[in-house]
Design a protein around this ligand. Structure first.
Ligand SMILES: NC(=O)c1ccc[n+]([C@@H]2O[C@H](COP(=O)([O-])OP(=O)(O)OC[C@H]3O[C@@H](n4cnc5c(N)ncnc54)[C@H](OP(=O)(O)O)[C@@H]3O)[C@@H](O)[C@H]2O)c1
Length: 377
């Protein structure tokens, strides 16, 4: 990755030679096969909200922290290494862990001296490699979506637990779980559906509306609410914009009312943040939970604490998942078929990664699961 540049995020990417030293004890040499394109790569290319190069104190960083790799060589040394040459593995994106196993720094993002998957060969700590189950029923592109699924699994456990702490025994079928767009929200709603909730989600294209319906999620076409986002700084004095927003918000809240028998949303999966936050809170039922692991459109939020307390709203914030939960989440995916639907991904060849970066940043990708192919299987 290099900069500065004038164009879109793709313009920040250059093909270049990158060298690394011999394998240290406990490290594996790997060949990336498929990498998942995620918002964190987009953030890194935009150098916002943080500039990962300067925060790591490095001139060049190889991004790409979620994807499927093939192990080429392992230097186990005296370590208890569980992967073998030839294994196909998921890269777990943990840089620095806290004392409970949650990620403080993300691998191939803000954790120094970590090498990601946007390279033909890479090396990494073998403890970060989780083998794909032998004889799996799922394809490699399906597995390559695991980042959004593992994140959703962890966020859902916490959100559901919090909701249950206040609504101990009511049937979930009486309650609505709602999500703003995105692959994490999609995966999370599929868990909510399994738990028996009504599930609905916004989508911004015909393709996504159809996809949600095919998967049993009520699709709410957000083009019906064109002024739903908070007016920008420039629009603040535009009275027409405010009037349009009131209409869009009213229309949206009507839809939520219809889907929830007038009660509002029990669990709101909000990875969008700032421009929709007031609407998210207004849509929430009493004892509702707003749950997030993302801030796609802005992370500086404010709310009325009194109103949130009186409504008994619980706010859940999570990030990644717990390293030691990884095998269990993988096994749940394999056993329960909670997995990106076959063919729901879109794959760009390695040479087209700059195009992928620009398409993703400009919302031109219909799939929730964009990925890039580095090496053939
Ligand atoms: N903390 C973690 O561990 C973690 C892990 C994964 C992801 N995340 C974060 O979670 C967020 C979502 O990631 P994702 O991979 O699920 O989705 P994503 O690929 O980033 O897509 C988000 C989707 O949200 C919708 N959207 C964007 N702006 C919107 C707006 N202003 N109003 C309403 N909808 C809007 C768009 O879908 P439509 O046009 O179809 O509505 C967009 O495709 C990102 O910020 C990401 O960084 C965090």
């Amino acid at each position: 990755m290099a900069g500065p540049h004038d164009g879109g995020p793709g313009g920040a990417l250059r093909r270049g030679r990158f060298t690394f030293g011999p394998l240290d004890e406990g490290e594996a040499l790997v060949e990336p096969i498929l990498g998942s394109w995620e918002a964190n790569v987009d953030h890194a290319l935009a150098r916002s909200p943080i500039d990962v190069c300067s925060s790591r104190g490095e001139d060049a960083v190889v991004l790409g922290n979620l994807g499927v790799v093939r192990v080429l060589k392992v230097n186990a040394g005296s370590r208890d290494v569980r992967v073998r040459e030839g294994d196909l593995c998921l890269l777990l994106p943990f840089g620095r862990l806290d004392r409970f196993g949650y990620a403080e720094l993300a691998y191939a993002y803000d954790a120094p001296h970590t090498i990601g998957l946007l390279t033909e060969r890479s090396k990494m700590d073998a403890r970060l490699l989780l083998p794909i189950p032998d004889g799996t029923a799922y394809s490699l592109p399906q597995w390559a979506t695991y980042g959004r699924y593992f994140t959703a699994w962890d966020n859902w456990q916490k959100a559901y637990g919090c909701w249950r702490s206040q609504v101990a025994d009511d049937d979930p079928a009486n309650h609505l779980v709602f999500g703003w767009g995105g692959g994490v929200a999609f995966a999370e709603l599929m868990l909510a559906k399994r738990a028996g909730f009504r599930v609905a989600m916004t989508a911004g294209s015909d393709e996504r509306v159809a996809f949600l319906r095919e998967n049993g999620i009520t699709a709410v076409d957000r083009r019906r609410f064109p002024a739903l986002s908070l007016p920008t700084r420039e629009e603040r004095t535009d009275r027409d914009r405010h009037r349009l927003r009131r209409t869009s918000v009213g229309d949206f809240l009507d839809v939520v009312g219809e889907l929830s028998d007038g009660h509002g949303v029990a669990v709101f999966v909000d990875n969008i943040g700032e421009p929709l936050y007031d609407v998210t809170l207004r849509a929430l039922a009493r004892e509702g939970v707003v749950t997030t692991c993302g801030w796609k459109a802005g992370m500086r939020l404010s709310h009325l604490r009194g109103a949130e307390c009186i409504s008994r709203h619980i706010h859940v914030n999570t990030h990644v998942w717990r390293l030691q939960d990884s095998p269990g989440i993988r096994d749940f995916q394999e056993a329960e078929g909670w997995m990106a639907p076959k063919g729901s991904d879109v794959i760009y060849d390695f040479d087209r990664v700059p195009e992928l970066a620009d398409d993703y940043a400009n919302g031109r990708i219909g799939s929730y699961f964009p990925m890039y192919r580095v090496n053939p299987l």
